[in-house]
Design a protein around this ligand. Sequence first.
Ligand SMILES: Nc1ncnc2c1ncn2[C@@H]1O[C@H](COP(=O)(O)OP(=O)(O)O)[C@@H](O)[C@H]1O
Ligand SMILES: [Mg+2]
Length: 263
Amino acid sequence: MTHDTADTAENPPRSGRTARTVLVAEGLGCAYHGKSVVSEVDLTVPAGQTVAVLGPSGAGKSTMLRCLAGLEQLASGSVDFQGELLSKAGTKPRSMGGRIGMVFQQFNLFPHLTAMENVALAPQRVLRTPRAQARTEALALLERVGLAEHAGHFPYELSGGQQQRVAIARALAMRPELMLFDEPTSALDPEFTREVLAVMRDLAASGMTVVVVTHEMAFARQSADRVVFMADGRIVEDGPAEKVFTAPQQDRTRRFFEQILGE
Ligand SMILES: Nc1ncnc2c1ncn2[C@@H]1O[C@H](COP(=O)(O)OP(=O)(O)O)[C@@H](O)[C@H]1O
Ligand SMILES: [Mg+2]
């Protein structure tokens, strides 16, 4: 599960190269109408790591994620993705296309397209993948998220959990190097949460680099390598998931767990 071990003589990288860093945010800040909502965020995400972002509502989690995706202009700082500048204060972020996959609380599938067409569309339009190949790959991805039998179904024929899994397959179809999730299970009935979390767990285990904002504490604890806790627009605590859960260093983190775990 953990892929963030430093490359050392005793622990050489498998590929023979140094471990890659996928994302680096430095001094990241974001403001709406002149009011700062995220500030001084420093975050480095190595390849293969799964980072769970936790924190109370209004903490700035979604905003930070949107900044990391290049969907918001920064008020301060910068974001590098795969060693290239993605975004810096005062300039419009560069488009990374599907290289950064994003899945939101609302699935936003195209209602007039089947599950398979939803997944196959962007590769054809953006990557110029031939139609037959895009459809074959879409089917394989739908199978991966447990929806092979639903390839021909329209969104209205699918449950929320199934729609969200189509949305995940759709993001994966663009061969992303980073997946960002913003509360992917928050809009789901509890019985459908588990199947979406199972897909996310597989994704994390497959070596994908993932940053996920979530309120699913068991998922964060078991499936994330690392937990980032945010409050009032800042990162308050950042450490290995198990350590943050069992021995949070900050009062603010401790209080959050007490509230949410109802102790
Ligand atoms: N588009 C927007 N315009 C103005 N204020 C916003 C916008 N989006 C979020 N905010 C404000 O920014 C703060 C952080 O919001 P958000 O990033 O959504 O937090 P979280 O995801 O942790 O709940 C909140 O005070 C919210 O009201
Ligand atoms: Mg949010």
